[in-house]
Design a protein around this ligand. Structure first.
Ligand code: URA
Length: 286
């Protein structure tokens, strides 16, 4: 009984090839024009310890980042608004540049307390150079109005990617990563009191989270930047385009907005308290 074990007719690799499943997973070298994901936010709810003061943001990037990416990131990290606009306008860091009419950096009050981040420009945004001007934008404007906000007044609106994905498809993780330095710089320049992430792509871009939106909604996150903005509260909600298709989730989006408004009030109260505690004479020490 027994004898020699029979050798398989095909090796595993040959079998996978036959099934059209090869080549096998391979670690791809990160190309010089693909940047790392946007620096992460972190869960700040009961499930995670709060970040310590002054703590740097944890990047979800691989340890070895090609020099060209690091150089590009450093360059963008030092830009002001105009340079940022020009740099985005001529950016060729991913293939989205091939289909764009123009890059859409963002719009609004450069001293805004509120930062709303969507996914990426659609056809109308690509044509007009402004985020959220199509049907989803009309709904966003209505959502803003519901909490007494208005585009351009204490509100800045940006997207995870600045160039229109073809056919309005969801941006690829590599495209989100390539655009991340722009968004990161926008957040540092704005230093908003609160960030609202509209949809999964925005949550992926800012928090590095790729879980379901249902999982992220209602949780507490904070965004930390080593160069400006510590513990900025982050609220994750539905994308307005999704809400246009899924009316029954509008009530949940309303809950998110109410939560965001409460967080904003709390952030303002804390800031006012700190100012009072510092006293009228408090200023930078010589
Ligand atoms: N959807 C987005 O995510 N952003 C826009 O600017 C327009 C539609």
């Amino acid at each position: 009984m027994g004898g020699e074990p029979r050798r398989p007719l095909l090796t595993r690799l040959q079998l996978l090839r036959e099934m059209g499943l090869s080549p096998l997973w391979r670690l791809r070298r990160q190309s010089a024009d693909v940047a790392q994901p946007l620096v992460g936010g972190r869960a700040a709810g009961p499930e995670a310890a709060p970040p310590s003061s002054g703590e740097a943001v944890v990047a979800a990037a691989p340890a070895a980042v090609p020099v060209a990416v690091g150089e590009r990131n450093a360059e963008i990290a030092g830009m002001g608004w105009e340079e940022l606009r020009q740099s985005a306008a001529t950016c060729r860091a991913c293939n989205l540049c091939q289909g764009r009419r123009q890059a859409v950096l963002g719009v609004g009050d450069l001293k805004a307390d509120w930062l709303f981040i969507g996914e990426g420009p659609g056809a109308e945004e690509d044509a007009r150079g402004e985020p959220f001007v199509g049907p989803a934008g009309k709904l966003l404007d209505a959502m803003l109005a519901a909490i007494d906000l208005q585009r351009g007044r204490d509100v800045y609106i940006a997207n995870a990617v600045k160039c229109r994905p073809p056919g309005n498809r969801t941006p690829e993780p590599s495209e989100i990563a390539a655009c991340a330095p722009f968004l990161r710089r926008q957040i540092v320049l704005l230093q908003p009191r609160l960030i609202v992430l509209l949809g999964r792509a925005a949550a992926h871009a800012v928090l590095g989270e790729v879980g379901s939106l249902a999982n992220m909604r209602g949780r507490s996150f904070a965004y930390n930047s080593p160069t400006g903005g510590e513990n900025i509260p982050v609220v994750v909600s539905y994308h307005p385009a999704y809400l246009l298709r899924t009316l029954h989730d509008k009530a949940r989006a309303w809950e998110d907005l109410c939560r965001a408004r409460a967080l904003m009030r709390a952030a303002k109260a804390t800031a006012a308290g700190l100012e009072r505690a510092a006293g009228p004479d408090a200023g930078p020490t010589p």
